[in-house]
Design a protein around this ligand. Structure first.
Ligand SMILES: [Zn+2]
Length: 304
């Protein structure tokens, strides 16, 4: 199957990159996102004084509240909850507390099957769920929902993989065969996923934002394995620039920005100064087997 898309070769200028602390695992939520993490975020926004409905659907009202919250904190006011916004949005709660932030914690705990009433009252039942959850994750079981517990509750494990590497999209987004589709003109991979699909870093490393005419919104991740990973055509950045990421950290939402004729995620892996076939790494990751080292990936066989 041939994916009709025009992609950019990547000689990008990255602009300023600054060091920051890693915040791996936070999901990226934007207009159109749905689900329990959206509900938790809406409750947390209510906890910061934004009077929006906690209906699990991220629409214009939520987007406006997020942008206002970001502006109040001096973050980039893009209306997307990503790696920068989550750590400021979460509110530490403990037994005896009440209000929207408690409802957010209850909503998040229910992702893990605790079946709590989302009533905003942090009583003994919620405390018991928190300590049980903390124990299950190897966290200090103190019953307090602080930054680490929040990140575990809200965070997601990326696209699946060996631990060293993650798929760049949720594993169930595309079948295995899409990782073997040849790319036009040069070694790369186009994954035909719709706008708003989570994009995860394949490797650990340092992520620098890209924003140019060819790639659109994207990232360059300088991997700890010595390879450089490029991701293009996002609808939204999910993290800052110059931040540390782990394999599976969400770095944005896929889209159709830059030189692209339809929504897809463009991926490149460069090692030893040349582009390599991403599918030769990602196919084994999909299969749960150990992929070759980036420098051993083929440079041909994935080009139309
Ligand atoms: Zn491409």
């Amino acid at each position: 199957m041939v994916v009709a898309a025009v992609c950019a070769t990547l000689m990008v200028s990255l602009g300023l990159a600054q060091s920051a602390t890693a915040a791996p695992g936070w999901p990226v939520l934007g207009n159109g996102s749905t689900g329990s993490n959206v509900a938790a975020a809406q409750h947390l926004l209510r906890g910061h004084g934004y009077d929006i409905a906690a209906d699990s659907a991220f629409g214009p009202a939520t987007e406006g509240a997020v942008a206002a919250f970001q502006q109040s904190r001096g973050y980039g006011a893009d209306g997307v909850i990503g790696q920068e916004t989550w750590p400021g949005l979460v509110i530490t709660v403990r037994q005896g507390d009440s209000g929207p932030a408690v409802a957010a914690a209850q909503s998040a705990l229910n992702k893990f099957g605790y079946g709590l009433a989302v009533d905003g009252e942090f009583g003994a039942g919620t405390a018991s769920a928190v300590t049980s959850y903390q124990s299950s994750r190897g966290l200090a079981a103190d019953g307090v929902v602080g930054p680490d517990t929040w990140q575990n509750l809200i965070g997601e494990n990326g696209g699946g993989g060996s631990g060293t590497y993650s798929l760049p999209i949720p594993r169930d987004a595309l079948s295995r065969g899409y990782y073997d589709v040849p790319h036009h003109d040069y070694a790369a991979l186009d994954l035909p996923v719709g706008t708003g699909t989570p994009v995860y870093s394949i490797s650990s490393g340092v992520a620098n934002q890209i924003n140019n005419d060819r790639c659109g919104l994207g990232y360059e991740v300088v991997g700890d394995d010595g390879a450089t990973y490029y991701y293009c055509h996002f609808s939204a950045h999910g993290a800052g620039s110059g931040i540390r990421v782990d394999a599976g950290t969400q770095i944005g939402l896929s889209g159709n920005t830059g030189n692209s004729t339809g929504p897809h995620l463009h991926v490149e892996i460069a090692a030893g100064g040349v582009n390599r076939c991403p599918g030769a790494l990602l196919g084994p990751v999909y299969d749960g087997s150990t992929p070759p080292a980036p420098g051993d990936l083929p440079t041909g066989g994935c080009i139309e």
